[in-house]
Design a protein around this ligand. Structure first.
Ligand SMILES: N[C@@H](CCC(=O)N[C@@H](CS)C(=O)NCC(=O)O)C(=O)O
Length: 82
């Protein structure tokens, strides 16, 4: 299976939504908790050009990453759902 990374924050409801979908679909992923300060999210910004979370990085996605919880959830269900 491809390597999947989730950039998120523990206190972010949108991140929580994506973690729940990943767990329900039993998808393995690496969680990368970004710094609380948006100014310190250089790694995330270098990949996506923005600082918001959640961001899903998936080599199988045509763009390599997705940055909206609704879009991420739809993508995960379509790609990894039964
Ligand atoms: N519509 C987005 C909203 C995500 C959002 O507002 N995330 C917050 C944290 S809970 C954030 O990162 N805000 C900073 C920003 O957007 O730069 C989604 O559903 O993913």
């Amino acid at each position: 299976m491809t390597a999947i990374e989730l950039y998120d924050r523990p206190d972010c409801p949108y991140s929580k939504r994506v973690r729940r979908v990943l767990d329900v679909l039993d998808v393995d992923y690496e969680e990368i908790v970004v710094p609380e300060s948006k100014a310190d999210r250089e790694e995330l910004e270098s990949i996506t050009g923005q600082q918001g979370v959640p961001v899903l990085v998936d080599d199988d996605h045509p763009d390599g990453w997705l940055a909206d919880s609704a879009e991420i959830s739809t993508y995960l269900k379509e790609t990894y759902g039964a």
